[in-house]
Design a binder for this molecule. Structure first.
Ligand code: PMP
Length: 466
């Protein structure tokens, strides 16, 4: 595609190519310096054996001159490639004009225009917006609004979902518990977590027979609402429309209909965390559009920045937000240049072929990676939604036990072939999260490299630690 994320300076995006062992000498030196000075989780024991040198279009170049297809897109925060020209121009023009300013006290036109634009794009019923800097803060704000507007204390969340790193949201974000929190797990009052539909690791399904994820709602209604929490005490449900960090899990339309029914019956607010799914990642402007959801609060982050300046947003209905006294935002929230960059990003999202490109990525991932499930014992599942693909690697199909050594070997083999994607030591997921503007040829080539990496590792699988 030649959406604005294409390389600037008239150059062509360099094609991936790895010419040194990984890490290369310069990366090795910088990684050693990093490990000596940054805190625990950032000392990743060689999980990502490269140091970024520069970023162009849809590739990352390390400090040793190795070039990788970018399947991180800054964890979704750079959805239009490295330096989309229109975003850069908008950020720079606004900064030249307004400098840094605090939107909460002194607004400027980009702030107002962004709020108007987001409300116009959002699902029906959303009429208001509030500023935020990070996804974490936006989700915190969503929880505040649900509690404030209902006067109720309890929030229902879903096991395995990720919402951020504040104390409260770390408790809600049970993606990584309990393995790797090292006595740092947070337990927040007023938070009740229930299972989220997961066809591959289904807590409520075993053996043959059709998989029906409305059984999760039966559990919620029959057990949780009868024995654990009084429905009239629940302010709202906090939910990702497609679980991202938990591995691209999408519930059925029937599950959404059932959850919406419960929310209507009991007066719960639906707080939809679209920080990662929103703005094109799932092939629609909002993942809510996949099912026609009507959230009371909708949260955005990551891709809203369009690769420019950091910002996030809280969107809500008139009922939830118009009379709210909650102070949302902070000093940096919606500084003018960030808003101007976000507006330029929304132009890219809605005027080019970005959504169609994301949908075509799903088809490519299904075609190239999908067959691995039949072909390779250790590929337990392949899931893809829009510009997102994920492999769940296992020791064998009978136990579906996670296979971290196998996964790490796949990650390394893909890196040697020039694909940098997401593989974390404590999660049994290999994920591809490219910029939504990645050229179809580069995306297909990347999937082929990952498939070959899987085959290479399967030919001589590593031992898993007992
Ligand atoms: N919600 C979701 C669904 C996310 O994926 C993330 C980040 N991965 C967050 C919230 C937190 O966003 P941030 O890192 O900007 O605080």
């Amino acid at each position: 595609m030649t959406v604005d994320g294409a390389p600037d300076a008239g150059g062509r995006t360099p094609w991936p190519g790895v010419r040194t062992p990984l890490p290369g000498p310069r990366s090795a030196e910088l990684l050693a310096r990093k490990d000596a000075v940054l805190n625990g989780p950032l000392r990743d024991g060689g999980n990502v054996p490269v140091v970024l040198g520069r970023k162009t279009g849809h590739v990352l170049e390390d400090v040793d001159g190795n070039v990788f297809a970018d399947h991180l897109s800054a964890w979704g925060a750079a959805p239009y490639g490295a330096q989309p020209r229109s975003v850069r121009a908008a950020v720079q023009t606004a900064w030249d004009r307004y400098g840094m300013e605090i939107a909460q006290y002194l607004v400027s036109e980009p702030v107002v225009a962004l709020a108007e634009r987001l409300v116009a794009l959002a699902p029906p019923g959303i009429t208001r917006a509030a500023p935020s800097v990070t996804g974490t803060e936006a989700v915190e704000a969503g929880v505040k609004l649900a509690r404030e507007s209902t006067g109720r204390p309890i929030v229902l969340g879903f096991l395995g979902q990720y919402h951020g790193e504040s104390t409260y949201l770390t408790a809600a974000a049970s993606t990584d518990l309990p393995g790797n929190t090292s006595n740092n797990a947070q337990y927040a009052p007023g938070l009740v977590l229930v299972p989220y539909p997961n066809r591959f690791r289904a807590p409520f399904h075993r053996g043959p027979g059709p998989y029906d994820d409305t059984i999760y709602l039966d559990y919620l209604e029959t057990w949780v609402l009868r024995h654990q929490v009084e429905p009239s005490q629940v302010a709202g449900v906090l939910v990702e429309p497609v679980a991202g960090e938990a591995g691209i899990l999408a519930p059925s339309a029937a599950w959404w209909a059932g959850l919406t029914d419960l929310a209507t019956r009991y007066g719960w607010k639906i707080v939809l965390d679209e920080v990662q799914t929103g703005l094109g990642r799932c092939g629609e402007v909002f993942a809510a559009d996949l099912w026609g959801l009507r959230p009371d609060v909708l949260l955005l982050g990551k891709g809203l920045a369009a690769g420019g300046q950091p910002l996030a947003a809280v969107l809500g209905t008139e009922e939830v937000m118009a009379g709210s006294h909650a102070h949302l935002g902070g000093t940096f929230a919606w500084e003018p240049a960030a808003c101007a960059g976000a507006l330029a990003g929304l132009d890219l999202l809605t005027s080019g072929g970005v959504l169609e490109n994301a949908r075509s990525m799903q088809r490519t991932a299904e075609r190239v990676l999908g067959p691995l499930v039949e072909e390779v014992e250790q590929v337990g599942d392949v899931r893809s939604v829009g510009g997102w693909a994920c492999l769940e690697l296992v020791t064998d199909m009978a136990s579906i036990a996670p296979a971290p050594a196998f996964q790490h070997a796949v990650h390394r083999a893909a890196l040697r072939r020039g694909v940098l994607a997401i593989s974390e030591p404590d999660k049994p997921l290999y994920r591809m999260q490219p910029p939504l503007t990645m050229e179809p040829e580069l995306f297909e080539w990347s999937c082929e490299q990952v498939a070959d990496a899987v085959r290479e590792v399967a030919a001589d699988p590593p031992e898993e630690d007992a």
